[in-house]
Structures are given as structure tokens and as C-alpha cells.
Design a protein around this ligand. Structure first.
Ligand code: AMP
Ligand code: GLY
Length: 425
């Protein structure tokens, strides 16, 4: 079977690497892809926003499955248009992708279905926001409703910070994403990412992970898309997973199916483990990046089989995904300047030496420049390794990373610290 993968980051490299291990795979195409993805796929210069061009490509190349990696094409309705023409897709349609595309949509759904999450108010102008704020105390969480590339959340500790957050949100910095806000009660606890394959009403758990959002060691500095991750998250016990499935993920799938807008694809639940149990922080309609990289390292099952079963509504009869018991850990190498303006064009070497240690280096933001590999983005490489414990996985990932020659890059040196602390007791 021929597959078209949409996307160009480390997540898509990990998906391409795993799809390429499937005996059922014919030819893998990736649009637009990156130099790492090119190891496993033929890169095609397709614009995912041009749905007609994507459909034409699928017809000409007998594509049996389209896998959509990032959120933007999902929220843009690429999956709807492919499904309408009979092409199986891994990824939700436009309306169910609103679980990620609109924070207000998700909060309303949670309220209707009785799903545990922070109390909230939706507001679309400054007066309404100011009127709502006193109901929440401090700290208070202020969010742009729409997609804001991970930057649309402000946690205000004081009234002055809350007022400044409203200024930022309503001054147009977030464009259409900030025209409407969600104000939320602040929750405390440890955060975990929980993944599930969903095809309408059938839900199959797909593992847990934790990432490191701050740019600096010791969780300091500004937020990023994620500087590293590991899987599984041992704090997320089987009992907590059962609660999250029963109280959060399954009711969400049911509510969307009952509304006539069933969810199909991977559902990524960002959870807060509060003293009252798991509560939903946010949903994403895609794999996490870099969480996907650690999930793919651990996955023992055939990814193509699972994605196809999801796309065709046959998850109820599918063999549930199997994962190795090992811990997988990934460290992001970013270009200096990230998450601000990253330095582009820095030379990268030593990837063969890094992989000779047994680790896998996924490309997140690289490019070929006259036959040389260079940095071409904020997050550049994801150095990923397995180990029987988090300590061994961490040591293996950093040993591989230290073999890489990337003078304009940097990384955190403490990825996995929570898990290491738990292990050491
Ligand atoms: P989101 O984009 O909704 O995941 O928010 C980004 C980050 O902000 C989350 O990963 C949390 O660390 C934090 N956050 C969001 N909502 C809340 C909340 N209601 N209480 C505490 N922290 C939150
Ligand atoms: N690493 C967080 C995300 O993918 O949203």
C-alpha cells in the first residue's frame, strides 16, 4: 500500500521511520518532508493547503492512506476533503479537530459531557473578560481560543498581570486566535500526556509521555514546543489510565459521535493529575512533538496496520498496540535563539557517529545546503534512545547527542529529571 505523509518535523520523521518498518508498505511519499524523512520516503513538493493538488496526487500515485501529522491541515479540513473523495485518512475532520482548534469548543463539550476540567468562562471582549476575572481568583489562566502555536496561554499571578494579559490578547497579537478568550481556573498537579487511537466510538490507549516545555534546565525560561520527552510516564499508573479513559477520553469520543462529528485519528489528552484525579488541560488532534518520537521508539506493533484500522473504522477488531517495556527518551537539539529567532544555516555533523551508539536521530528542522546538512528551524534534531530504565535511556540519549557536532545548537541537559527523581526515590 502506498502512503502519503503530510508534515515536515521530527514527529513526521518518527512516523515515516516506523511506517517504513511495515511489511505492508508499498511506497511512502512525504509532503513536504525533510532530509531525515527522505531516508524513508520520497519527498514531494505538495502544498497541504491546496486540497485539490493533494487529492490529484493521491489518485495519480494510488495512495491507500494519507497520514496528516500537524494540526493546521486538520483544522483546515484536509481530512474532510480526502474522505469525501474516498481516500482513507489518519486524522480527524475539521469539526472534531476543533478539540485542538478552539479551546472554547473543548470546554463546552466537557461541560456538556461532565468531563473533569478547570472551570472556565468564554469571553469575546474586554468588558466581559474584566467582569469574569474576579470569579477565578489568582493565579488565573487566560487563553486565546484558537491555534497559537503553543504561545496563547498566559498564567497571571496578580491582577496587574491579568490586566496585561488581556491587553496582549485583545491587541491583535494572536490575530483571529485571540479574538475570543477562555478564562480558566488554575489547576495544580503534575502534567502527563496520554494518547489514544479513536475511530468514532472505539478508543484504544496508545501510551503516555511527559515533555519539558521550558527552554532551560530546571524548567526555567520561556515556553517552547517541547525540549525533550520520555515514555512511559510512570506516575500515570494503570488505575489513572483507566480513570482518564472512562472519565475523559471515552466520553469525549461519545459526545462527538453523538453530535454526528465522530473523531478519527490519534487523540492527545494533556492531563493534570490533581488531588481529585485526572483533569483535562487541553486536547490536541495529532501526535505530540516530541512525544511521538518516544512513542514510536517503543511501539512494537505495525503502525500502518493501526493507522489503517483507525482510518477505516475497524479499531474494534484490531489487535491493541503493543509497546516494549523499555523507557524511551528524546533530547531536542535546538538552534541558538529558540524559542525566539533561531539561528539558521548552522552546520550539523556526526549523525552517523550518534546513531552508531544505537540511538535514533530524528530530523525536526534540517535542510540540505550544497550537500551539507544545516539547521533550518527552531527545534533541529531529536536524539532518541531506549533503555531498561529512564537512567539508561537518558545516558544513551546524551551519549549519542555528545557525538553530534552542531556548534550553533543547544539542548537541555536534564531531560527526564522527574522520572529520574522518582526512580531514585
Ligand atoms: P494548553 O495550551 O492549554 O496546554 O496550555 C499550555 C500549558 O499551560 C499547559 O501545559 C499547562 O502547563 C498550563 N495550563 C493550561 N491551562 C491550565 C490550567 N487551567 N491550570 C494550570 N495550568 C494550566
Ligand atoms: N510537545 C507538545 C505538543 O506537541 O503540543
Amino acid at each position: 500500500m502506498n502512503v502519503l505523509l503530510i508534515g515536515s518535523g521530527g514527529r513526521e520523521h518518527a512516523l515515516a521511520w516506523k511506517l517504513a518498518q511495515s511489511p505492508r508498505l508499498g511506497k511512502l511519499y512525504a509532503a513536504p518532508g525533510n532530509p531525515g524523512i527522505a531516508e524513508a520516503a520520497e519527498l514531494v513538493a505538495l502544498d497541504p493547503a491546496d486540497h485539490r493538488a493533494v487529492i490529484d496526487f493521491c489518485r495519480r500515485h494510488s495512495i491507500g492512506l494519507v497520514v496528516i501529522g500537524p494540526e493546521a491541515p486538520l483544522v483546515d479540513g484536509l481530512a474532510d476533503n480526502l474522505r469525501t473523495t474516498g481516500i482513507p485518512v489518519f486524522g480527524p475532520n475539521r469539526i472534531p479537530a476543533q478539540l485542538e482548534g478552539s479551546k472554547g469548543f473543548t470546554k463546552d463539550l466537557c461541560a456538556r459531557a461532565g468531563i473533569p476540567t478547570a472551570g472556565y468562562a468564554r469571553v469575546s471582549d474586554r468588558l466581559a473578560a474584566e467582569a469574569a476575572l474576579p470569579d477565578f481568583g489568582l493565579p488565573v489562566v487566560i487563553k486565546a481560543d484558537g491555534l497559537a502555536a503553543g504561545k496563547g496561554v498566559i498564567i497571571a499571578e496578580t491582577e496587574a498581570e491579568a490586566a496585561a494579559a488581556l491587553d496582549t490578547m485583545f491587541d491583535g497579537s494572536f490575530g483571529a486566535a485571540g479574538a475570543e478568550l477562555v478564562i480558566e481556573e488554575y489547576m495544580t498537579g503534575e502534567e502527563v500526556s496520554f494518547f489514544a487511537l479513536v475511530d468514532g466510538e472505539t478508543v484504544l490507549p496508545f501510551g503516555s509521555a511527559q515533555d519539558h516545555k521550558r527552554v532551560g534546565d530546571g524548567d526555567t525560561g520561556p515556553n517552547t514546543g517541547g525540549m525533550g520527552a520520555y515514555s512511559p510516564a510512570s506516575i500515570f499508573t494503570p488505575d489513572l489510565e483507566t480513570r482518564a479513559l472512562d472519565e475523559i477520553v471515552r466520553p469525549t469520543a461519545r459526545a462527538l459521535a453523538e453530535a454526528g462529528t465522530p473523531y478519527s485519528g490519534i487523540l492527545y489528552a494533556g492531563l493534570m493529575l490533581t488531588s481529585e484525579g485526572p483533569k483535562l488541560v487541553e486536547y490536541n488532534a495529532r501526535f505530540g512533538d516530541p512525544e511521538c518520537q518516544v512513542l514510536m521508539m517503543r511501539l512494537d506493533s505495525d503502525l500502518l496496520d493501526l493507522m489503517l484500522a483507525t482510518a477505516t473504522g475497524e479499531l474494534a477488531d484490531a489487535t491493541p498496540p503493543r509497546f516494549r517495556p523499555d523507557v524511551a527518551l528524546t533530547v531536542v537539539m535546538a538552534a541558538k535563539g529558540y524559542p525566539g529567532t533561531p539561528e539558521k544555516g548552522g552546520a550539523i555533523g556526526g549523525l552517523d557517529a550518534a546513531e552508531a551508539t544505537g540511538a535514533k536521530v530524528f530530523h525536526a528542522g534540517t535542510a540540505q545546503d550544497g550537500g551539507k546538512l544545516v539547521a533550518n528551524g527552531g527545534r533541529v534534531l531529536n536524539v532518541t534512545a531506549l533503555g531498561p530504565t529512564v537512567l539508561e535511556a537518558q545516558a544513551a540519549a546524551y551519549a549519542a547527542l555528545d557525538a553530534i557536532d552542531f556548534p550553533t545548537g543547544f539542548c537541555r541537559r536534564d531531560i527526564g529529571w522527574r522520572e529520574v527523581a522518582r526512580l531514585k526515590g
